[in-house]
Design a protein around this ligand. Structure first.
Ligand code: ZN
Length: 349
């Protein structure tokens, strides 16, 4: 075969290839799109990712960079604010314990109201020493507090011990027994249960009296963003009655309680109650003062904490003015405004 024939043969094959591709479009569709395009020259940059990069950079630089610049500022601001604000709502500032140590079973507790804890000189609190002394005296020198600290835990055991003593005395004095002793035993049992009933009522009134005592002390503490409460940590010892000072900015809670009062007044029957803003504010503050002792007692016993796990249940409330537990207004809402109706015997206790 000559050179001329060779060149003719090759050209014939090329012509057939072009004809087949044009005649069969299905084959074209089966071919990947990259192959349909003319092969790029080797000198051209192959990576297709180059064009999007500058576009992405432009978008970030124009819009995101400002945010990136702001983020550290926000963080720094928050950190500095957190550093500055050591105390947050619900932070227990200090616990004041009795100073007398001997004869805890008999002698009532005494407190040194002149010795001011150093933490009250913190710039965030700045509680003057005379105000602290006044608050401590308002609580500890009050007869309601003294009767609570001495009698609350022991009035019921004392009555039961006294009753058992009387019963044993009568039984020892009449070893022969008989009808009279039997009648006396029945009367003794009735007297025991009546006494227990009255002890429970007395205990209830002691709690109410203490609440009023603490309420008066908290009026003094209001401008210093502090609340005070009493916690009895002992069973029979008098010297485990602790006075707690907790940091709490009550202004926001008072506003929410005002809102609750207005809602309650608007739904009042037979007609809505009209109150001035001053009267609503006064009533809201009174409610806050009234429930502080109960709130402190429940708070330190960790009854008001929000659930942190699904197994702990679901809370009806979201964190509002206290991050980890119910705040004062939420406590008042549940205990005062949404309190379920109690049975007659529940009201006695
Ligand atoms: Zn609140």
């Amino acid at each position: 075969m000559t050179d001329k024939n060779k060149s003719e043969w090759v050209s014939f094959e090329d012509i057939n290839k072009t004809i087949d591709q044009n005649e069969d479009p299905l084959r074209l569709n089966d071919i990947p799109l990259e192959d349909t395009e003319p092969d790029p020259p080797k000198s051209q940059p192959t990576p297709p990712k180059i064009p999007p990069k500058p576009i992405a950079k432009i978008d970030v630089s124009s819009h995101e960079e400002k945010k990136v610049e702001k983020k550290p500022n926000i963080k720094n601001g928050l950190e500095s604010e957190e550093k500055r604000k050591v105390f947050q709502n619900g932070k227990v500032v200090t616990s004041i314990l009795p100073t007398n140590l001997s004869c805890a079973w008999i002698i009532p507790p005494t407190y040194d109201s002149a010795k001011v804890p150093k933490i009250f000189s913190d710039p965030q609190i700045r509680l003057p020493s005379d105000v602290y002394t006044k608050v401590m005296q308002a609580i500890t020198d009050d007869l309601r507090f003294k009767s609570y600290s001495v009698l609350f835990s022991r009035i019921l055991p004392l009555w039961i011990l006294l009753s058992i003593g009387v019963l044993l005395l009568i039984l020892f004095c009449s070893p022969d027994g008989g009808f009279i002793v039997m009648v006396f035993t029945f009367i003794w049992m009735i007297m025991l249960f009546i006494g227990i009933f009255f002890c429970i009522i007395i205990r209830k009134y002691m709690v109410i009296a203490l609440r009023h005592c603490v309420k008066d002390a908290n009026r003094i503490l209001l401008p210093y963003n502090l609340i005070a409460g009493v916690q009895d940590r002992g069973q029979l010892s008098c010297h485990k009655v602790v006075i707690l000072f907790i940091y709490f900015e009550t202004s926001e809670c008072v506003k929410d309680v005002e809102r609750l009062i207005k809602i309650k007044n608007s739904h009042s029957l037979p007609q809505p109650i009209e109150m001035s803003e001053t009267a609503v504010n006064f009533e809201a503050k009174e409610l806050v003062f009234k429930y502080i002792q109960l709130y402190v007692k429940a708070y330190v016993k960790r009854r008001l904490l929000f659930p942190t796990r699904p197994s702990e249940g679901v809370s009806e409330y979201m964190p509002k003015h206290c991050t980890k537990s119910h705040c004062l207004c939420q406590f008042i809402e549940s205990e005062h405004f949404n309190r379920p109706a109690r049975l007659w015997y529940e009201r006695l206790v």
